[in-house]
Design a protein around this ligand. Structure first.
Ligand code: C2E
Ligand code: MG
Ligand code: MG
Ligand code: MG
Length: 287
């Protein structure tokens, strides 16, 4: 289990197998009742268009604070939610809450931005996934074109033919599809030419050390070129320095997101962030 997780994430499961198993059971038990107890909320991280220097989207990221366990990062509990089947309910809550928030910002603030929503492979592969999405759009009144579903390569490769069908139906509804963590999965590139995809999200592991690593530079510029040659949008994740922004600009990357501009923020704090931006200028000041 521990091997699969990215480095740098904090670990609930210690080296000791016994504690790790009982900890896992504890987290699972708490996870089962977390929805009822309203312990989840969403944070929103702005996505910035490099040309216009404006916020054109946000990524919704789930947060869980449990009275007993404290803050549990999604990299820890999403896999458990997948194992236990709880991901369906949690995923539906995320979808509904994110769409409702974006519609609210449209209605109350005249803010028309897109929302990236992470979809777990298990959730995506359910036969009723598309109808659930359709229902959430109807219930929240949000137009499909504002919704960008983020799916990883591995998620798309597990059951290829059904995936194609699901993607086509989502595209027909008018949603956007992004490949999350692009370049880190186990997959052939051939799916890119068969699947109706809109955006490649360059994984932050290639972006983090971009200025010091020539291999990362080669990978990032190649992904940008690949995307553009295939008429896809490309977004860099994990942008933390101005130097990286300049590099991405020079290589015509379309969009970026990262701690340099903002950490993922609760909805109320995101509103404050927007107000502050507006007081100075509507555009972000890029150094
Ligand atoms: P992801 O979809 O690739 O999300 C990007 C992650 O990078 C987020 O971590 C975000 O907080 C972090 N990040 C953004 N900018 C920077 C930066 O400049 N530097 C660094 N070091 N990190 C940055 P987070 O929120 O902990 O989420 C981790 C993963 O958990 C997500 O990766 C996604 O795979 C999953 N996840 C999060 N929310 C959901 C959800 O609602 N549903 C599902 N199924 N998965 C989710
Ligand atoms: Mg994502
Ligand atoms: Mg990612
Ligand atoms: Mg990820």
């Amino acid at each position: 289990y521990a091997k699969e997780r990215g480095k740098g994430t904090y670990q609930i499961f210690s080296e000791n197998m016994n504690t790790s198993y009982s900890e896992k059971l504890k987290v699972e038990a708490q996870l089962r009742i977390a929805l009822e107890k309203r312990e989840f909320f969403l944070n929103y991280q702005p996505q910035i268009d490099l040309k216009s220097k404006t916020i054109i989207g946000v990524e919704a990221l789930i947060r869980w604070i449990n009275p007993e366990l404290g803050f549990v990062p999604p990299n820890e509990f999403i896999p458990l939610a997948e194992d236990t089947g709880l991901i369906d309910q949690i995923g539906e809550w995320v979808l509904f809450t994110a769409c409702q928030q974006i519609k609210k910002w449209q209605d109350e603030k005249g803010l028309f931005i897109r929302v990236g929503i992470n979809i777990s492979p298990k959730q995506f592969q359910r036969p009723d996934f598309v109808s659930k999405v359709e229902r959430v759009l109807a219930e929240t009144g949000l137009e499909a074109k504002y919704v960008d579903l983020e799916i990883t390569e591995n998620g798309l490769m597990q059951n290829r033919y059904d995936c194609l069908n699901t993607l086509e139906r989502l595209k027909e509804l008018g949603l956007k599809i992004s490949i999350d963590d692009f370049g880190t999965g186990y997959s052939s590139l051939s799916y890119l030419k068969r699947f109706p995809i809109d955006t490649l999200k360059i994984d932050q592991s290639f972006v983090r050390d971009l200025m010091n690593d020539h291999n990362d530079q080669a990978i990032v510029t190649s992904i940008i070129n690949l995307a553009h040659n295939m008429k896809l949008n490309v977004i860099a994740e994990g942008v933390e320095t101005v130097e990286i922004v300049n590099f991405l600009n020079e290589h015509h990357c379309d969009e970026m997101q990262g701690f340099l501009y903002s950490k993922p923020l609760p909805s109320s704090e995101f509103e404050v962030f927007l107000t502050k931006l507006k007081q100075h200028e509507t555009k972000l000041i890029l150094k």
